[in-house]
Design a protein around this ligand. Structure first.
Ligand SMILES: Cc1ncc(COP(=O)(O)O)c(C=O)c1O
Length: 393
């Protein structure tokens, strides 16, 4: 049964489920590497695509397929390709859409390794790229070239929480005969559907909101049309960056509560963002749900909610950032985001320490910036934790 006509929470609970005849309420873990054929004719028919069937788990598996169908239904795509990690999805995307000599335009603050993959690896095959602040569409328009093949935006982006106009970016990409892919990780399919806004491919680090429990790493690509889907699948299968059935089972289980988790956490995020805005040791809060956020109105138009990610800048800079990390007790000092537990990190001394201060400022954030992924804990407890930690800063 397709769930596309249902509301978001119904899709989350029922999407991708096809009864297997046993009465199992959940999709079982088909923990097998290979699948037996009935006889030689059956094997030949499955290989020739004349009969539906499974061959080998790298190529396809019922548990992984259920997870792919569920996310594809949430994203309103024709199908999904699950990968071993979010970076596996990015690699598959680039391998499918870029060829020797191709040019990519991407968000300047795109997830670091998504940029590194181009600059350190695809560059060896003549791929070039322009990384620009895509929250201003004029920058994207100016970066387009006759050899541009892919526009790849991350919205909202990390850690400056910039929002790109996805419909506008799609128009520019398509005018130039290019594809638009959107890293939808920060919004999750519960809050934003890039394909409905004109994008051709939506990408996720499943590790984050989709799974939501910080207990696996995974990725997903959802395509707008069948040819694109077939191309992505072929590259994923050939590169061997498939998801594992157990990973898919856990991700499907996590996905069922995505709506509940996001609603609880984003209500907390708004309360915390407002509280931080009034705190004397906080210079600036970047939460797209605040009217002070430069792309608040755009986010309101293209998202169903403002999400759970907050960045805030401490007046005390680098030292204040480190001190805050050492004094929080409830929030966990760790990278990643989108889980049930609140995570905190200090980009200038941790994830982005390898960048020069000038490069960090060009990417839109200062040494005192703190990234806070709000979980589903009671908001009063989270505020009390921040209060006591900020007193020590
Ligand atoms: C926005 C974004 N995209 C992609 C990735 C890569 O995902 P993974 O860590 O699952 O490989 C991350 C990881 O942090 C991310 O934050």
């Amino acid at each position: 049964m397709t769930t596309r006509q249902l509301g978001m929470n119904s899709r989350l609970v029922h999407g991708g489920y096809h009864p297997d005849g046993t009465g199992a309420v959940n999709v079982p873990i088909y923990q097998t590497s290979t699948f037996a054929f009935r006889d030689a004719d059956h094997g030949a028919a499955v290989f020739a695509g004349k009969e539906r069937g499974y061959i080998y788990t790298r190529i396809g598996n019922p548990t992984i397929g259920a997870f792919e169908d569920c996310v594809a239904e949430l994203e309103n795509g024709v199908g999904g390709v699950a990968t071993s990690s979010g970076l596996g999805a990015v690699s598959t995307l680039y391998m499918t859409t870029l060829a020797q000599g191709a040019h990519l335009v991407s968000t300047g603050a795109v997830y670091g390794p998504s940029r590194g993959l181009i600059e350190n690896h695809f560059s060896r095959f003549g791929v070039t790229a322009s990384f620009v602040d895509t929250s201003t569409l004029e920058n994207l328009r100016c970066a387009m070239r006759s050899d541009t093949r892919l526009v790849y935006v991350e919205s909202p982006s990390n850690p400056a929480m910039q929002v790109t106009d996805i419909a506008g970016a799609a128009e520019i990409a398509h005018e130039h005969g290019c594809l638009l892919a959107v890293d939808n990780t920060f919004a999750s399919p519960y809050l934003q559907q890039p394909l409905d806004l004109g994008a051709d491919i939506a990408l996720h680090s499943v590790t984050k909101f989709i799974n939501g429990h910080a207990d696996l790493v995974g990725g997903m690509l959802v395509a707008k049309d069948e040819d694109l889907l077939a191309g992505l699948r072929n590259v994923m299968v050939t590169m061997g960056c498939n998801m594992d059935p157990h990973q898919a089972f856990l991700a499907l289980r996590g996905l069922k509560t995505l709506g509940l988790r996001v609603e609880q956490a984003q209500a907390g995020a708004l309360t915390i963002a407002r509280w931080l805005e009034a705190h004397p040791k906080v210079q600036r809060v970047r939460y797209i749900g605040l009217s002070s956020h430069p792309q608040h109105e755009l986010a309101k138009r293209q998202m169903r909610g403002f999400g759970t990610m907050i960045s805030f800048e401490l007046t005390g800079g680098m030292e204040a950032g480190k001190r805050l990390m050492n004094h929080v007790k409830l929030a966990t000092l760790a990278v990643s985001l989108g889980g049930v537990e609140t995570l905190i990190e200090h980009p200038a001394s941790m994830t982005h320490a390898g960048m020069s201060r000038d490069a960090r400022e060009a990417a839109g954030f200062t040494d005192g910036l703190v990234r806070y992924s709000v979980g589903i804990e009671d908001v009063d407890d989270l505020i009390a934790d921040l209060q006591q930690a900020l007193e020590a800063v």
